[in-house]
Design a protein around this ligand. Structure first.
Ligand code: UD1
Length: 339
């Protein structure tokens, strides 16, 4: 099956391209390189041994996306391309609604015209807000998003549900990611944050390597095991493999179909536990201090992943230790390449 991967040069997208190839799919990448780099394509080639067809294009562009789909006889789409900085979305909501919602609607319109049936959409556990009970299942009620970014994911899920309800002959899966971390074990691809990272792990690795002076832990007075926030940190390769499982499920569905799945490990770890484990597995000391809470952060969340295990026949294979080792090996590789 030829699969269009929008945002395929990004962190999760690039790792998914590798797993698609491993599973016998033929990916084609569209990425406007807004928050990624062409060097990712070299990393991909070093892993899989050939050049994946790549288009530097914007998936808001109807004609361009349509032409690529027709040219490559695309049968499935994985739509990663989106903005994802929570803080920036609060400052620039229009930018986020236009890009994240606009590109999804464009992709759906192109699917209608070209009769592409299968879509996997990148959603987020952000749709649960601060849940009343954890772990969250897919039936846990969605809550008002804390940020415009989070709201784009909630709205996108509603759009997809409405499209299927209308009887449109498409099969769609939304995947609700928890916190993807780590890098490919080859250290050929990994997370490439633009500027100062806002996510925890790139900030940890950049501090350990000396690019940042110190890590600030955002709050130690939460009602958690040690007062810091709790998240479900999942190795990006495990997460990538779930997209292959999702496509395989869609391939077998004949009629209009929509479903959502949590993708996490099923376990929560606190920010302080992450720091301690990072120090232990990589045998180093991290310069960090406790600071004030970051606004908009939920106290604790992790996912129940039974549904993905049963229906997608998928589960995580990699440990937190492996994730934090791979993240560090990747940062060392970036340093060697003067990045
Ligand atoms: C957030 C979003 C998530 C989104 C992701 C993408 C929410 C609730 N979650 O995840 O939906 O997909 O961003 O960017 O909006 N931390 C520190 N110091 C730092 C950086 C982070 O202590 O310098 C802490 C945070 O307070 C948080 C944890 O580390 O508790 C993880 O933070 P981060 O990596 O930014 O991810 P989320 O906020 O969980």
């Amino acid at each position: 099956m030829n699969v269009l991967v929008t945002g395929g040069a990004g962190f999760i997208g690039s790792h998914t391209v590798v797993e698609l190839v491993n599973a016998g799919f033929s990916p084609v990448i569209i990425d406007n390189l807004n928050n990624s780099s062409e060097s990712v394509l070299t990393g991909l080639k070093n892993i899989i041994g050939f050049d994946v067809p790549f288009y530097k294009a914007d998936c808001n562009d109807f004609e361009v996306v349509k032409d690529i789909i027709v040219k490559h006889k695309i049968e499935g789409i994985i739509h990663f391309a989106a903005y994802k900085a929570v803080g920036e979305s609060v400052e620039k909501p229009i930018k986020y609604y236009k890009n994240n919602i606009g590109s999804l609607v464009n992709i759906l319109e192109v699917m209608q015209v070209t009769k592409v049936k299968n879509l996997v959409f990148s959603s987020s556990c952000t749709v649960y807000g601060q849940p009343d009970h954890i772990p969250v299942t897919e039936d846990t009620p969605k809550k008002k998003a804390e940020s415009p970014y989070g709201n784009t994911k909630a709205i996108a899920e509603d759009i997809l549900e409405d499209v299927i309800k209308s009887g449109e002959q498409m099969s769609i899966i939304s995947l609700r990611y928890f916190n993807p971390i780590g890098a490919h074990p080859s250290a050929e691809i990994g997370e490439l944050p633009n500027g100062v990272p806002s996510n925890l792990i790139p900030f940890v690795t950049q501090t350990a390597i000396g690019k940042r002076n110190k890590l600030v832990v955002f709050g130690s007075d939460y009602n958690t095991v040690d007062g810091s926030n709790v998240r479900d940190f999942i190795h990006v390769v495990d997460l990538a493999k779930a997209h292959v499982s999702a496509l395989n499920l869609l391939k077998g569905k004949e009629t209009a179909f929509y479903d959502v799945f949590n993708l996490g490990t099923g376990t929560g770890n606190s920010v302080l536990e992450i720091i301690k484990t990072f120090e232990e597995v990589n045998n180093l000391k991290l310069n960090y201090e406790i600071g004030p809470r970051r606004s908009g952060d939920v106290e604790k969340i992790y996912g129940d992943v039974e549904k993905a295990s049963k229906i997608l026949n998928w589960k995580t294979e990699k440990s937190l230790e492996e994730s934090l080792k791979d993240a560090w090996t990747w940062e060392l590789k970036l340093k060697n390449n003067n990045n």
